[in-house]
Design a protein around this ligand. Structure first.
Ligand code: UDP
Length: 239
C-alpha cells in the first residue's frame, strides 16, 4: 500500500489505482487531502514543520515527478510516477461520469476562466459548482463558498506549499470531499503554458522541458533533484 522515503509515507499505487482511490475518497463522508510530492516539497518540508505535518497527515501521497521516482528506486522501491496534472484530469473524467460535483480554485482570473472553458469543451457534462481565482486573502470566505458548493472533488492550483496549507485548514471546516493541490495545472489547461511534448513526458523529463522553456525556474528546480537524491543516498547509507 505504501513505501517510505526520507521519513514520509508514499502510496505505491499504479496510476489507475490512484484515480480509483481518489474517487472513492470523494464519495466518503469525510474530508481528505492528496499531496503530489516532488523533490522541492521534501526540501521545503525540512524547514517548515507545518508543511511536514501536512504531508504526514495526508490521506494520500503520490510521487509527482521523476526525482521522487528515482529516490524511491534508490531505496529499492519501483513505484509508478503519478503526475498531479494527469491525476487531476482523470478525476475530472471520473467526476463527469459519476456526476460528482467539482470545485476549482487557483491561478489568475483569466487563466481559470479559460481553463474551465477548455475543460467544459472536453467534458460537457462536468458539474463545476464553484470556482475562484487563486489570489485572495480571506481563506474562510472561500471555505464557506466551498461548503455551499457541495463539491466533492476540489482542485487547488496555488503553488506549493500555499495550496497544501489551504487544503489542510479546509479539512477542519468542510464536511466531505477530496482535495488535491495541482500546482500549475490550470496554466497548462488554459493553453497558456504548453505541456512538454509527449517524448519528454514518457522519459520523465518534463522538468527539463519546463526548465528550458521557463528559465526563471532554473534556480528553483534544477538544484532540487540532485540535492534531494543526495539526501536519499545519505539517509540510506549513513543513517
Ligand atoms: N498562484 C495562485 N495564487 C498565489 C500564487 C500562485 O493562484 O497566491 C497560482 C499561479 O498563478 C500558478 C500556480 O499557482 O497558476 C502555481 O504555479 P507554479 O508553476 O509555481 O506551481 P508548481 O507547479 O511549481 O507548484
Amino acid at each position: 500500500m505504501s513505501v517510505e522515503l526520507l521519513g514520509y509515507r508514499i502510496n505505491d499505487f499504479e496510476f489507475s489505482e490512484a484515480v480509483d482511490n481518489a474517487l472513492k475518497l470523494a464519495k466518503e463522508n469525510k474530508v481528505s487531502q492528496i499531496v503530489t510530492i516532488n523533490p522541492e516539497m521534501f526540501e521545503a518540508a525540512e524547514y517548515d514543520s507545518e508543511f511536514s505535518k501536512i504531508i504526514d497527515e495526508a490521506e494520500m501521497v503520490v510521487p509527482d515527478g521523476i526525482g521522487v521516482k528515482i529516490g524511491l528506486k534508490l531505496n529499492g522501491y519501483d513505484v509508478e510516477r503519478i503526475p498531479g496534472v494527469d491525476l487531476a484530469k482523470e478525476l475530472l473524467h471520473g467526476a463527469a461520469d459519476e456526476k460528482i460535483p467539482v470545485a476549482i480554485i487557483g491561478a489568475k482570473e483569466e487563466i481559470i476562466i479559460k481553463a474551465i472553458e477548455n475543460i467544459k469543451t472536453e467534458l460537457s457534462n462536468l458539474n463545476i459548482t464553484y470556482y475562484h481565482n487563486g489570489y485572495f486573502n480571506d481563506d474562510n470566505f472561500i471555505y464557506e463558498e466551498l461548503k455551499k458548493s457541495e463539491a466533492r472533488i476540489i482542485l487547488v492550483a496555488m503553488g506549493s506549499p500555499r495550496q497544501e496549507k489551504f487544503i489542510y485548514n479546509a479539512k477542519e471546516v468542510l464536511p466531505y470531499g477530496v482535495m488535491i493541490g495541482i500546482g500549475g495545472s490550470l496554466d497548462v489547461w488554459s493553453g497558456v503554458v504548453k505541456r512538454a511534448p509527449e517524448i519528454y513526458q514518457k522519459l520523465g523529463m518534463e522538468w527539463l522541458y519546463r526548465t528550458l522553456s521557463q528559465p526563471e525556474r532554473i534556480k528553483r528546480i534544477f538544484p532540487a533533484i540532485p540535492l534531494f537524491l543526495l539526501k536519499v543516498l545519505k539517509s540510506k547509507y549513513f543513517e
